[in-house]
Design a protein around this ligand. Structure first.
Ligand code: FMN
Length: 240
């Protein structure tokens, strides 16, 4: 390790480790993420591909006192009006299998880890509320794109977002992507001066993980390869 890498907490990590070891982190240390490091991660993630290299993503970085003020504002809104509503549909409007079962496994798995039972409405409320405190993350990112862009740009932005989550891990930094933050797009718009022409896609908490926290022991499963991969050996005859 050289001087620069010890300052940034940089560690040798393979791409496979960086991807496979990532998981949604829902408790963070209050140790701040230095802005230079955040800038480095965002610069790296900005190398994400985009159709015709149009680079449609925008990201608002909120840390320090502004982060605390924003979290307080979001929590106040959550406590008074409940969940809020996104400007776009993230999930299927009509849930169906196999997605419903996966969603339930994820939700109940998280609540189960925290000892929250199905009749514990207060426990669920408190866990959901954590979203609006960025799960304690010292830095919050808010992602937007220009509203007139098409689906391809959402795809590009997803690649940018995943690149942040992976690039961060080189520095021992973990993340939680947060669609919940877009529920309060009007609060974000007002407080961060996001122009009307931009749509809030989601947010992300970024920070050093609290490795002692129970919530961070929760891990999700993945479908086996055969459930989502089709190996093509033989083509159907071409139409003439
Ligand atoms: C775009 C996006 C938005 C998400 N929004 C939330 C959220 O608002 N709150 C939350 O607790 N988790 C959120 N998640 C985390 C997912 O629940 C998580 O990625 C999934 O369960 C898989 O677990 P893993 O990230 O630990 O692999 C989101 C994930 C993505 C990709």
């Amino acid at each position: 390790m050289n001087d620069a890498s010890s300052r940034t907490g940089e560690k040798a990590i393979t791409v496979e480790e960086a991807i496979r070891g990532r998981k949604s982190t829902r408790a963070f240390l209050r140790k701040p993420v230095p802005r230079e490091l955040m800038a480095r991660i965002l610069t790296t993630a900005g190398r994400a591909p985009s159709g015709s290299n149009i680079q449609p993503w925008k990201v608002y970085v909120v840390d320090g006192a502004a982060r605390d003020e924003l979290a307080a504002d979001l929590c106040r809104r959550f406590d008074t009006v409940g969940e809020g509503e996104r400007e776009y549909e993230y999930y299927p409007v009509k849930w169906r299998e196999p997605f419903l079962a996966r969603r339930r496994a994820c939700g109940w798995g998280l609540y189960g880890t925290m000892g929250i039972t199905r009749d514990d409405k207060d426990g669920m409320h408190a866990q959901r509320r954590q979203n609006y405190e960025f799960f304690g993350a010292p830095t919050a990112l808010i992602f937007t794109i220009d509203r007139d862009l098409e689906k391809g740009s959402w795809l590009d932005t997803g690649m940018f977002i995943q690149s942040i989550m992976i690039a961060a891990r080189q520095f021992g930094i973990e993340t939680i992507p947060q669609a919940a933050l877009a529920n309060f797009h009007e609060v974000l718009r007002a407080r961060l001066a996001i122009p009307e022409g931009e749509i809030v896609i989601c947010g992300m908490g970024v920070g050093y993980p609290d490795t002692e926290a129970k919530v961070n022991t929760f891990t999700t499963d993945r479908e086996p390869l055969e459930n989502f991969v089709g190996w093509v050996d033989k083509l159907r005859p071409a139409k003439t």
